[in-house]
Design a protein around this ligand. Structure first.
Ligand SMILES: Nc1nc2c([nH]c(=O)n2[C@H]2C[C@H](O)[C@@H](COP(=O)(O)OP(=O)(O)OP(=O)(O)O)O2)c(=O)[nH]1
Ligand SMILES: [Mg+2]
Length: 321
């Protein structure tokens, strides 16, 4: 990710910018090209603009989208907020996902428009503040971590199939008790099943296996965050990381991981000594994280709404959902 201007952090007033990721029936997202002569000219962005003084953000979003692309939007779901410092200018990029809109988007200000499948969104043609937004659009709202898998591979795969059946599309394979050959065998079969369902499989901590078996990615432990000097796998892999505090979230960001899991939000019997963050602290940490963050620790399906309200991508957990 492009470095921010450290001299600006704290001092410059933040400009609140609202933007809409309009999603069509095929799952494509609308991008608009910034005009010549404006800040970040030529980059492809999510349509939107500055919130006026005392204007509620959602009202600003409606106004900007009508002004720029001539459509009226229905429900807008808060997706992610990225505070970003450009040289000479600091923004809070506040992005909403909009699936309901009336009318065909048209260019009202002469700006070129295009629909892009989320898988094809390209960081190189989008403003730096938008890079984490791409991950937020691609990631689901539930991240399931396998419980200690059953001793035999068939039963372990059946657990994964059951999760796919429940609509889970992002899975972390965590199989601590498995020996080397059983782990590789399980990972290969699990990956095939998850991919066939259109999901993604990350393996816990084993960067080497993610690469050699061609898995979708790896989930780094907080200890690995300290030992890794750079992002361990290229961008075609998904890299997640376990974080508990600001320092770990900062380390994750500096490594360029795609998303974090943050917790424990609640007390959990699996980590009786860890002090729960609670939602207020979860929210404060998310707001500065600059990446999608899943809430972990005692999460159930009915916590999903809170996780999203407090700025998270969704919930992560082993049991619970
Ligand atoms: N709309 C939008 N702006 C973005 C994105 N990413 C990003 O860094 N920005 C920056 C570019 C600008 O510095 C600022 C948005 O300002 P803007 O120029 O669009 O504001 P506006 O539509 O209200 O237009 P105006 O005040 O210049 O007439 O946020 C994005 O995805 N969408
Ligand atoms: Mg604009």
């Amino acid at each position: 990710m492009t470095a921010q201007d450290p001299a600006l952090t704290m001092t410059t007033p933040m400009i609140h910018v609202v933007a809409a990721a309009l999603v069509d029936a095929e799952g494509r997202v609308l991008l608009a090209q910034r005009p010549v002569g404006k800040h970040l000219a030529g980059y492809w962005e999510f349509p939107g603009g500055k919130v006026e003084p005392d204007e509620p953000p959602l009202q600003a979003l409606r106004r900007e989208i009508l002004e720029e692309i001539g459509v009226e939007i229905g429900t807008a779901e808060s997706l992610i907020r990225i505070p970003w410092h450009y040289p000479g200018k600091s923004i809070l990029l506040d992005v909403y996902r909009v699936r309901e809109f009336h009318g065909e988007p048209r260019s009202c200000e002469g700006q070129p428009l295009k629909w892009v499948p989320t898988a094809a969104l390209d960081i190189h043609e989008m403003p730096p503040a938008d890079h984490p937004v791409i991950n937020a659009l691609r990631l689901p709202d539930r991240y399931w971590i396998t419980p200690q898998p059953a001793a035999d591979i068939e039963a372990a795969v059946a657990q994964i199939d059951a999760a796919l059946e429940r609509g889970i599309r992002l899975i972390q394979l965590r199989a601590k008790g498995y020996d080397e050959s059983a782990l590789a065998a399980l990972a290969e079969v699990a990956q095939r099943h998850v991919r066939a369902a259109g999901g993604r499989l990350l393996i816990n901590s084993r960067i080497d296996l993610a690469e050699s078996l061609g898995l979708d990615g790896v989930h780094l432990t907080s200890a690995q965050l300290k030992s890794c000097k750079e992002r361990p796998l290229p961008s075609r892999f998904l890299v997640g990381a376990s974080c508990h505090d600001t320092a770990e979230l900062t380390a994750a960001r500096e490594l360029g991981v795609d998303f974090a899991v943050l917790g424990p939000v609640r007390y959990t019997p699996s980590h009786p000594d860890a002090a729960p963050l609670g939602w207020a602290q979860f929210e404060a940490l998310c707001a500065q994280s600059l990446m999608p963050v899943y809430a972990l620790g005692g999460m159930h399906l009915d916590d999903l709404e809170s996780a999203r309200r407090y700025g998270g991508q969704g919930i992560a957990g082993i049991s619970g959902f």
